[in-house]
Ligand binder design. Structure first.
Ligand code: OOB
Length: 550
């Protein structure tokens, strides 16, 4: 039985063909390692060193290993076993690390959900993976996750446990699950370790199966590219479950290096600067809008942030103008990061020249990363020309979990992932992002699918038609605008916001702006795709000067 669930899981998560697998093992990219093994080794090597700091609490490597083992024992007693899926939606904190390491030891696979996800997203993850347990904190960021769990429970027959850090109310308290002793590591190197979440789904969740060996390769390589070592003090300011602060190199990169992770409860510069000063933080990662905010705040801040050596910025494009201001404003080096939860990560080098650092989004971090830049017909473009980026490599997935029809489109027959990003390559092999091909809005690093929001708007009785568009925004890069054709004159944006909230849509997917229009622009003869319509609406809106930036 135990074996069966684990195998079903790997059948649903496409793996690398044998020739690639053999090569990645032979050439030493994939090692016979698991996350628990990594933590055990770190605990042996750095036993007394501090792995994590949250507020007044300092947790040593040995302490983290012991707590994760004790929790694994308690979770096993509760009935969780290898191959089970669970959803983890917890704020930045020690408890997140304990839960994730405990699950990894049991071979239970967590979906790493974001704190900003709501009923709609969490309901889908729980349902789609037939999750056995849902891990939350009682409250965080002013939101009560127990209320969300209560709402979700009736529709989820497979869900057995809601496990709560803090006041559990009617649910299972996390604090009661730590047992003396521990459990053996049940995971194998090629097992799926966690599910990352792909940005901008169209309805079915696109879950990204990341395996122990390839994800650890990703983490080690990212840590090296970022210059991490025992003296690294990493500030975790972004939501920890996201691939960037989790594994690129983020908290896991810090752990493989024997450094210290400082937890920031939020990424506000006041909070962050005080933590940097207090703990001598050396490196952190941010999305562009936060980097802008930090640069602005640094002018008047009193905290001494001179320990900061590297600021990694990624998730969305950092403008060249902003990139140039990083060192003068924050006194640290900039490292641009272009990455994706599906795999490929690019970094500007720590010793690249200034021009390269401010004008490019970096180079693939592994010598085994393969990239192609292609035109609409899938042919390689001339060197230096722009085209869609395709990629394949030792830590880029070969398919999403349980959506074979979608995998057919998202990957080429020879296994390249179609990123949907438009890039060009410089002679030095650095990538410059110049646009996007995919149906997605990148709102300051947070990704959403226009189609998902359109479909929810169309479910409103008074909406005749809707098109959701990303408009240029100085801070966010893009903000979301919904063009709506109402059936009646009285429809107001407030009613639509209420409607979307009631459907349980995450706040970052909420349109920033609604524009009511009588009809969509003439589309000429023939059928026009929704994508073309969105582009046309955007151009008309911008050229009519209607965009007041509100
Ligand atoms: C990171 O991962 P995801 O999965 O949230 O989003 C991936 C997409 C990329 O395909 C690209 O469209 C965009 O986000 N992106 C960037 C970028 N970094 C990511 N676009 C322009 N410039 C950049 N520097 O966002 C992610 C994962 C790991 C590390 C860093 C970011």
């Amino acid at each position: 039985m135990l074996q069966e669930t684990a195998q079903t899981l790997s059948a649903d998560a496409p793996a690398w063909p044998e020739t690639f697998r053999a090569r990645y093992i032979r050439e030493g990219f994939w090692q016979a390692e698991t996350f628990s093994g990594m933590l055990d080794r770190a605990a042996e090597r750095h036993a007394g060193r501090t792995a994590l700091i949250e507020g007044e609490r300092h947790v040593s490597y040995e302490g983290l290993r012991r707590r994760a083992g004790a929790l694994a024992a308690g979770l096993r007693r509760l009935g969780l076993e290898k191959g089970d899926r669970v959803v983890v939606q917890m704020p930045n904190g020690v408890a997140f690390a304990e839960v994730v390491f405990a699950l990894l030891r049991l071979g239970v696979v967590p979906v790493l959900a974001l704190p900003s996800h709501r009923h709609l997203e969490i309901g889908r993850f729980l349902d789609f993976t037939e999750a056995r347990a849902y891990f939350i904190a009682d409250r965080a960021g002013g939101f009560d996750y127990r209320a969300l769990a209560r709402e979700l429970l009736p529709d989820l027959p497979a869900l057995r446990h809601v496990i709560v850090a803090g006041d559990a109310d009617v649910f299972t308290p996390l604090s009661g699950l730590f047992e003396d002793g521990g459990v053996e590591d049940a995971a194998q190197p090629e097992d799926v370790a966690v599910f990352q979440i792909s940005g901008g789904t169209t309805g079915v969740p696109k879950l990204i199966p990341r395996r122990h060996n390839e994800y650890l390769y990703n983490i080690r390589t990212a840590a090296a590219a970022s210059g991490m070592g025992e003296d690294t003090v990493y500030l975790c300011a972004l939501p920890v479950a996201h691939n960037f602060p989790f594994a690129c190199p983020g908290i896991m990169g810090t752990f493989v290096s024997g450094g210290t992770v400082v937890i920031a409860p939020d990424p506000d510069p006041n909070t962050a600067f005080a933590l940097i000063a207090a703990h001598g933080v050396t490196i952190t990662s941010l999305v562009p809008p936060l980097a802008l905010l930090w640069m602005e705040a640094a002018g008047t801040a009193e905290a001494d942030i001179s320990s900061l050596r590297t600021l990694q910025v990624g998730g969305a494009k950092l403008s060249e103008e902003a990139a140039r201001r990083v060192r003068p404003c924050l006194g640290c080096g900039l490292q641009q990061v272009f990455g994706m939860a599906e795999g490929l990560i690019c970094y500007t080098g720590l010793d690249d020249d200034e021009e390269t650092i401010v004008t490019t989004q970096g180079r693939p971090m592994s010598p085994a990363d393969e990239i192609r830049v292609v035109d609409a017909e899938g042919r390689d473009v001339a060197p230096g020309e722009a085209g869609e980026l395709l990629t394949r490599g030792p830590y880029t997935i070969r398919g999403y979990y349980r959506i074979p029809e979608h995998n057919e489109k998202a990957f080429t027959p020879d296994g390249f992932y179609r990123t949907g990003d438009i890039v060009r390559l410089t002679p030095s092999g650095h990538l410059v992002l110049s646009g996007r091909e995919k149906d997605q809005i990148n709102r300051g690093g947070e990704k959403l699918s226009p189609e998902e929001v359109e479909n929810l708007l169309l479910a409103h009785a008074e909406v005749h038609d809707a098109a959701v568009v990303g408009l240029p925004d100085e801070t966010l890069g893009e903000r979301t605008c919904a063009f709506v054709i109402a059936k009646t004159g009285g429809l107001k944006s407030l009613a639509l916001i209420r409607h979307l909230k009631a459907r349980g849509l995450a706040a970052f997917k909420m349109p920033d702006q609604f524009v009511f229009i009588a009809r969509f622009p003439e589309t000429g003869i023939g059928k026009v795709s929704k994508k073309d319509l969105r582009e046309r609406l955007k151009q008309l809106h911008l050229s009519a000067g209607l965009d007041n930036g509100a």
